[in-house]
Design a protein around this ligand. Structure first.
Ligand SMILES: NC(=O)C1=CN([C@@H]2O[C@H](COP(=O)(O)OP(=O)(O)OC[C@H]3O[C@@H](n4cnc5c(N)ncnc54)[C@H](O)[C@@H]3O)[C@@H](O)[C@H]2O)C=CC1
Ligand SMILES: O=C1[C@@H](O)[C@H](O)[C@@H](O)[C@H](O)[C@H]1O
Length: 335
């Protein structure tokens, strides 16, 4: 079977996902593209011989579309996710699942009403080999349990319309999810520390900042979010265990050794750094859709991440005071 995919949102990520489906992955083709900017949808659809729509609703209603990818802005994800689920279609929604608790809960309710897990959230780091090996090493128990997680999320630069809030809801949300994935538990408290800002930033940004979180069992997570670091796209993670540490490996597999020393190249963007993870995420999703099964992170993961983001934003608005993360009771559906 070839899974017939509809893409909503023909921007940077949407186009990158079309390219991987058409050129690198097996088992699917893109049959429809929707964007509020209809010309943008046409530009992506026409070379594929796909249909173009001006809204997600039209695309979801197209009977030829088996499954939906949503790559629009986070704050407009919810209506399309809910419509796809109500139409009984699998949906892979880019992070964040939603930007408010209310929207996230409406999504959880719609999926439970549909009676089966149809939603995957685009937390692609769960498919990165390095993070997967870290999790395996942690779960083995060989080094005892984790006490601390040190994370660094460094981007070369950001555009002027990117805000300090985006450092949390757009950027740190990846560590929020991947720490939940690694540790297998919820984050219960969070605060935002704001050190001296870099001069290499737009004036309105508090860059860098540090998100400090605590999990149910007391593991302390610190995440340095530093979005004008200049030299490249650099993601680091270290689990401090009772007896040893487990560290995410270097991004590149080749080391150059010469008169200048030992070095490896630094990636330039998330597309580059997580190329293999994105491909794994989408290939496994396509195979799962074929089998009629769910894969990857669930709508609950999307909701829990949004709840931590909301508490972190409250901390940011309140001089960095620690804020409790309050979750609804987890429905048995998501166990
Ligand atoms: N997993 C990752 O590492 C990354 C994920 N993302 C996520 O991907 C999503 C898209 O981001 P980008 O592609 O960078 O944004 P973008 O701005 O390049 O593209 C968004 C597109 O969605 C369209 N759009 C907006 N609202 C719409 C609606 N209601 N219906 C139909 N089309 C609509 C816009 O016209 C635009 O073409 C976001 O959720 C973002 O957080 C973005 C970058 C990396
Ligand atoms: O999701 C992403 C972007 O939206 C975000 O703006 C970047 O900071 C992240 O590194 C990238 O993975």
């Amino acid at each position: 079977m070839t899974v017939k995919i509809g893409l909503i949102g023909a921007g940077g990520m949407g186009r990158a996902h079309v390219e991987r489906i058409e050129q690198e992955l097996a088992g699917a083709r893109v049959v429809a593209v929707a964007d509020l900017n209809l010309d943008g949808a046409r530009a992506v659809a026409e070379p594929l011989g796909a249909k173009a729509y001006g809204s997600g609703a039209e695309l979801i209603a197209d009977p030829e579309v088996d499954a939906v990818i949503i790559a629009t802005f986070g704050k407009v994800h919810a209506p399309d996710v809910i419509a796809a689920v109500q139409a009984g279609k699998y949906v892979l929604c880019e992070k964040p699942l939603a930007t408010t608790i209310e929207d996230s809960i409406a999504i959880l309710e719609a999926e439970q009403a549909a009676g089966r897990k149809l939603i995957t959230v685009g937390f692609m780091r769960r498919f990165d080999q390095g993070y997967q090996e870290m999790r395996k090493a942690l779960v083995s128990g060989d080094h005892g349990y984790a006490t601390l997680v040190h994370c660094r999320h460094r981007n070369p630069s950001v555009p002027e319309n990117y805000t300090t809030r985006n450092m949390i809801d757009d950027t740190a949300i990846h560590e929020i999810d991947v720490c939940r994935y690694l540790l297998g538990e919820e984050i219960v408290k969070v605060r935002i520390d704001t050190p001296r800002s870099t001069s290499h930033r737009f004036e309105h940004l508090a860059d860098p900042l540090v998100l400090v979180a605590r999990t149910e069992s007391g593991v302390l997570i610190d995440d340095e979010v530093n979005v004008n670091i200049g030299f490249g796209y650099s993601i680091e993670c270290e689990l401090v265990m009772e007896q040893g540490t487990i560290r995410l490996g270097d991004q590149n597999k080749t080391v150059v050794r010469d008169g200048a020393g030992n070095r490896n190249a630094i990636c330039g963007s998330h597309i580059d750094r997580f190329h293999d993870a994105f491909n794994q995420e989408f290939q496994q999703w396509i195979r799962a859709v074929e089998r009629g099964e769910h894969t990857g992170s669930t709508a609950w993961d999307g909701y829990a991440a949004t709840a931590v983001v909301e508490a972190a934003l409250e901390s940011l608005d309140n001089d960095g005071r620690e804020v409790d993360v309050t979750l609804i009771e987890k429905p048995a559906f998501y166990n």
